[in-house]
Design a protein. Structure first.
Length: 431
């Protein structure tokens, strides 16, 4: 059930629900309000405003757990009763030690408060700005959106954890068409916990569409490639990042098992949930533990895995603050602000710049093998862009790709929590 336009104090809801629990347990609540507008061609569609609130209840007895959730705030007692029904028929989780205990949490700047003053009318103007920027640079808008999301999260447990955090996120996206001898497309987006210029998004989308017009077929070759931030984000998210999770290591699903201390790439990778105004920053994670700055790979050497509270206790280490959670689920491991760094190098002599990939979700998450379509890119010769490319694919294995990394190139972009420059490596490109 979606509750629209109703003010509810999630702290009170959490406290009220905790009083209904007579064993160990915890309660996690979320309140999300979204204001959004869509772009259809060069028109702004009627906006939508909705608010959803939900609560998840976990009850624990020994090594058994029961879980239930609801988004009906009039049925909190029923939700707790359901959790206890699940508890009675659950199988014991033999590796379970205990719920998290309270820890000191140092607050960071989660959001620029100016976002809370943005009106629905202003958000509509942001869409108009993107359309204007697109048309100024010779593009034709095809689709897009702007939205402003307000989040509140609260957690409480029988062990004494109690916390609440609030933040807001601003997002803008537009896709552009450019017509010449053929039709080409390009898109751009931005997401921040601060205000930003929407006009620039439209301008960049149009420029990308124009630059990729009159694309040419390519021949297959093994060569250097520059994977731009959007391509890096989609590839790593689907093939590499899950191998850093302690649960993947524990279940023998990680290529990186028993590789702590080994060099696996020429990059440095950091997961940092404590960046002021970071898209994926928070004061505490889904377990109620404080978020941290974790150096995962330092100058190519694997230093550690990422843990939530359960797997930290199982492995006998401290949680890295990487518990991910919403009200509909129990905690699991996830990333925060995932930062990729490396030695800067000049553009490649010959090969391809790959702007975007299509179908990275089809890659093999266990082996790291991938064969995905290049949806936008350029052929490079003698260090210069020669022409845009079409009907290309890139194939290989993500661990081999990372092992062959030569450095990084170009500007850093936050693609929505994954913060990276372009990565320069070697791969097989098929025409």
């Amino acid at each position: 059930m979606e509750i629209i336009g109703v003010k509810m104090d999630i702290e009170e809801i959490v406290e009220k629900t905790m009083k209904l629990i007579n064993t160990d347990g915890d309660v996690f609540a979320q309140k999300i309000k979204v204001i959004s507008y869509d772009i259809e061609k060069n028109n702004v569609e009627i906006g939508e405003e909705k608010e959803t609130i939900g609560i998840g209840v976990r009850v624990v007895k020994g090594k058994n757990q029961g879980f239930s959730f609801t988004n009906n705030m009039n049925s909190l007692e029923d939700c707790v009763k359901t959790a206890y029904k699940v508890l009675r028929v659950s199988r014991p989780r033999e590796d379970f030690v205990s719920l998290p205990s309270p820890k000191s949490i140092k607050k960071i700047n989660l959001v620029d408060k100016i976002l809370y003053s943005i009106s629905s009318e202003e958000l509509m103007e942001y869409c108009i700005d993107m359309i204007k920027g697109c048309e100024e640079n010779g593009g034709t808008p095809s689709s897009g959106s702007a939205n402003l999301t307000f989040n509140e999260e609260a957690i409480a447990s029988s062990t004494g954890i109690s916390g609440i955090q609030k933040y807001a996120t601003l997002f803008g996206y537009i896709s552009s068409i450019y017509k010449n001898d053929d039709v080409s497309t390009g898109f751009d987006f931005n997401i921040m916990k601060k205000k930003f210029d929407f006009l620039v998004i439209g301008q960049k989308a149009a420029t990308k569409a124009k630059e990729t017009s009159n694309a040419k077929k390519i021949r297959s070759m093994n060569c250097d490639v520059i994977l731009e931030p959007e391509a890096v984000s989609s590839l790593l998210s689907n093939t590499f990042i899950p191998h850093l999770y302690a649960d993947s290591v524990d279940k023998n699903r990680s290529f990186l098992k028993e590789k702590i201390g080994e060099k696996i790439t020429n990059l440095t990778i950091i997961d940092d949930g404590r960046i002021d105004y970071g898209v994926a920053s928070s004061n505490f994670d889904g377990d109620g533990n404080p978020t941290k700055r974790n150096v995962i790979i330092e100058k190519g050497v694997l230093k550690q895995y990422l843990y939530d509270d359960f797997y930290a206790k199982k492995f006998g280490v401290e949680s890295t603050g990487n518990s991910d959670r919403d009200y509909k689920s129990l905690p699991s491991i996830g990333i925060t602000n995932f930062i990729v760094e490396g030695e800067k190098i000049d553009c490649i002599k010959q090969g391809f710049i790959i702007n975007e990939l299509r179908g990275a979700h089809t890659a093999n998450p266990i082996s790291g093998d991938f064969s995905v379509e290049i949806s936008s890119g350029f052929y490079v010769e003698k260090g210069e862009k020669k022409h845009p490319i079409k009907q290309g694919m890139i194939t290989g294995n993500v661990f081999e790709l990372l092992e062959k990394v030569k450095g990084v190139y170009g500007e850093i972009k936050d693609t929505g929590g994954l913060i990276t420059p372009s990565i320069v490596s070697e791969a097989r490109v098929i025409g």
